[in-house]
Design a protein around this ligand. Structure first.
Ligand code: UD1
Ligand code: MG
Length: 430
């Protein structure tokens, strides 16, 4: 077994944000979530180093994980990645050290480190544009040292091998060399990367494993964040398509990490599927948004919005229909409606422009609509309201009282007609 240390204490200044860097989300989940989730596949001893806005970071991660240890860095005394690891006490003899800003690293990639025999195994990436990363000096296949960009000479900056920021290190190396780190550098920080130089000089073996940027990308800016999310999205969508989902212009579709698609679903361009949504044997037409909703055997959109806690079964929902916290079973709602806090049963047709008036400014109320109901266009259904089976609501009605089985409800001002009004008004001959 190995221990894992995840460094998540940094200020993340380059993100220019009030949110701690590791809590910025990709595909709907915090970056740090992914690191911990992968680490948990490898280890039963995970320490997450926190400092800046640590309460927020701990609170966010406690939602998902109960058995990890949060360690507070002594940041004022020992700033930097070296300072972060100094505070930890891993239990096992081998220790993975991960940056908390690398959301694309998978447990499978990390297992490759375990197959290499060395005192330190570190990850390097060969990049045409190495800007922002620490440069790795390699001679005769041996790592000599890492130079941070801020401390690099112009010549060193030309090095194209960079430190990806993941290490597998023997615990005794940490115990021996962490106390020897200093902060004589451009950032006045204790760099973990200086351990390489110290270990090398003491005759330890340091091996580099070349990894791909798409798996080990570090996120330091919001531009990096967007690029990491694009890579992550591609992974999600590739997996879904391999499992039989049809996607039109997948690069325009956004699907969050926990969304599930079951069976041969079809997703048209521009759709956004969020939260814990489940889409089961359904067609989601262009530019629709599904948030934390369950859609089974239905057609949604184009341009529909299905909001949290909705369950839609065997139904057809058309353009500009918004549905919130509602259960629809074998229902048609083709155009321009808001259906909130409602239950609508089988065989019912919701006319264009129907609105459930579910909110009186203080409280929300339910609208219950039974089977085989015909709701005429442009109706307002003022909740709380029950419309029983086999009923009709005349177009343009404002319904405030319950409608009983078999009834027609109509509430309109009677129509008046005035002969030749047009010609009089415009003073024209008719
Ligand atoms: C670090 C490496 C660099 C490497 C790059 C890869 C060092 C000195 N440099 O640089 O060689 O190319 O990662 O992405 O390690 N952190 C703490 N406490 C601190 C400072 C940072 O926990 O005092 C955490 C951060 O929250 C972050 C991680 O360590 O998750 C890396 O810190 P960051 O400032 O992003 O380091 P880089 O400049 O990217
Ligand atoms: Mg970084």
């Amino acid at each position: 077994m190995t221990s894992v240390i995840i460094m998540a204490a940094g200020a993340g200044t380059r993100m220019k944000s009030t949110t701690p860097k590791v809590l910025h989300k990709i595909s709907g989940k915090e970056m740090l979530y992914y690191s911990i989730n992968e680490a948990a596949k490898l280890s039963n001893d995970i320490e997450v180093v926190v400092y800046h806005q640590k309460d927020r970071v701990i609170q966010a991660m406690r939602k998902y994980f109960s058995d990890i240890r949060f360690i507070t860095q002594e940041h004022s005394k020992f700033p930097g990645t070296g300072g972060a690891v100094k505070c930890c006490s891993p239990k096992h003899n081998k220790v993975f050290i991960l940056n908390g800003d690398m959301p694309l690293v998978s447990a499978d990639e990390l297992r490759k480190f375990e197959n290499i025999d060395a005192d330190i195994v570190m990850s390097v990436i060969h990049l045409d544009d190495p800007d922002g990363y620490g440069r790795v000096v390699i001679q005769n296949n041996e790592v000599i040292k890492i130079i941070e960009q801020k401390d690099a000479t112009e010549e060193e900056k030309q090095i194209k091998f960079v430190n990806a920021g993941v290490y597998l290190i023997n615990k005794e190396i940490l115990e021996k060399f962490l106390p020897l780190l200093d902060n004589n550098n451009a950032s006045k920080e204790y760099y973990l990367t200086d351990i390489i130089d110290l270990a090398k000089k003491a005759g330890k073996t340091i091996k580099a494993i070349e990894v791909k940027e798409e798996n080990f990308k570090g996120v330091n800016t919001k531009y990096d964040l967007a690029n990491a999310e694009r890579i992550h999205q591609n992974r999600i969508k590739q997996k879904l398509m391999r499992n039989g989902v049809i996607m039109h212009l997948p690069e325009t579709i956004f699907i969050e990490n926990d969304v599930k698609l079951i069976g041969e679903c079809e997703i048209e361009s521009g759709c956004v599927l969020k939260g814990n949504s489940i889409i089961d044997h359904s067609l989601i037409k262009a530019n629709s948004i599904i948030e934390d909703a369950k859609i089974t055997n239905s057609e949604i959109g184009p341009m529909a919005r299905i909001r949290p806690d909705s369950e839609i079964i065997d139904s057809k929902i058309g353009n500009f229909v918004e549905i919130k916290k509602s259960a629809l079973n074998n229902v048609k709602a083709g155009h321009l409606s808001y259906l909130g806090d409602s239950e609508i049963d089988s065989g019912t047709n919701i006319g264009a422009g129907t609105i459930t008036c579910n909110y009186d400014g203080k409280n929300k109320y339910k609208t219950i609509i039974g089977k085989n109901v015909f709701i005429g266009s442009d109706s307002q259904l003022v909740a709380p309201l029950t419309i029983e089976d086999d009923t009709m609501i005349a177009a343009g009605s404002t319904i405030t009282k319950n409608v009983k089985k078999g009834e027609l409800a109509i509430s309109r001002t009677p129509q008046k007609t005035i002969k030749n009004f047009f010609y009089k008004f415009f003073k024209k001959e008719g």
